[in-house]
Design a protein around this ligand. Sequence first.
Ligand code: 2HG
Ligand code: ZN
Length: 473
Amino acid sequence: MPDPIAPLLDGLRAALGPAAVLTDPADTAAYVRDWRGLYQGATPAVIRPADAAGVAETVRRCVAAGVAMVPQGGNTSMVGGATPDATGRQIVLSLARLNRVRAVDARDLTMTVEAGVTLKAAQEAAAAAGCLLGLSISSEGSAQIGGVLATNAGGNNTVRFGNARDLVLGLEAVLPDGALWNGLRRLRKDNTGYALRQLLVGAEGTLGIITAAVLKLAPRPREVAVALCAAASVEAALALFGRFQAHDPGAVMAFEYMSGTGMGFVLRHIPGAVLPLAAPADHYVLVELASPRADAGLRAGMELVLEAALEAGEITDAALAESEAQRAAIWKLREEHSEAQKREGASVKNDVSVPVSAVPAFIAEATAACAALIPGVRAAPFGHMGDGNIHFNLEQPEGAEGAAFLARDHEIMDAVNAVVRRFDGSFSAEHGVGRLKPYMMPGWRGGAELAAMRAIKRALDPKGLMNPGKVLP
Ligand code: 2HG
Ligand code: ZN
């Protein structure tokens, strides 16, 4: 059989223009490797359509040629979800040029954005209209809306607004047969059969390619209060969360836990990172309160809660941001955790969730399990305590060989997941399954659930050309 790729690329050049087809390895290199450096793939071409019709055209031509596609946005996946395999037979379909904010409606509190708009640009467009897009993740400067939705990203504001899925009212997508589906409805109520939009959200590009979405907005906050606290223990950090929830659950915008180990990496590796507290601690909490009211009295409420927690011995110190610059500096200590862990050496990530109340016991038991498995391993758990999603990341023992440590990644993940299972948690809370975790699916989602997922995949993508090797084992 003649190789279908050369004629496919000729056809795509003719249909989309030569600039939309990258084949020079110098141009495609950045698309075939994930940012963590876990996966080095290969591709004959990166296709960069300018609009949804171009995406549909690309999919139709790839399907006709029997060539697999790997959709890619900002290439910030933690699980290799956007990287092609090493065969050099999978096309990378970049959504980056679909970068228009089509509409923002401050009365309906919705925005319509294309897949290639970065999350940060979408937040800024919402803010410019006096609104808030209630989704914030550490990679928001690079991550694009299409990938954010395809992975059902969570992040810092899940405690207030839910996950990406909860913000989606409508979707436009190219289905695996190349049909362009316009489901960009802006309705708060719409019970008309299967919620196709929700099927595509979280499917990681295995059931179609999201090209645009209608997202829910909220009124823009007029008062914000942020504090960094030194907590006496993980239990104490959770008790502090309980205090804020009891005081005013509607005000909590983020409640993030950080271990002393992880914060130590940030202070060591991130230029400009400064701890605004008297002394380093073993446990930290970042809490953000926000209200659309300018007279909500958040600062006073924050002080009240923190004073009570100080008196109870749950926290030993706290710094309240006095300015936007201080607020950003405190958030930087949290957002740079991944980068700092990368610079410290090899690390194995466990993006897991347990019921919020179980977070302290989970961290204690997972820490013990990993110490027993690899003496000297450095647990640096951090993350979204307010929704139960902890990044239970492990850094190689000091002085150990990084590659040897990484070679044990399955062993480490399995040890942590055994603890997760005891608490009825999830092995992937917000990063998705990607290429890293399909092997876990039968053990966690086997039986009726996986069978139904396979049936859906077969029905929509019978040729298996949409992001193969991801999600399903
Ligand atoms: C975060 O919460 C991201 O900052 C990254 O989800 C987590 O690096 C990680 O494991
Ligand atoms: Zn996270």
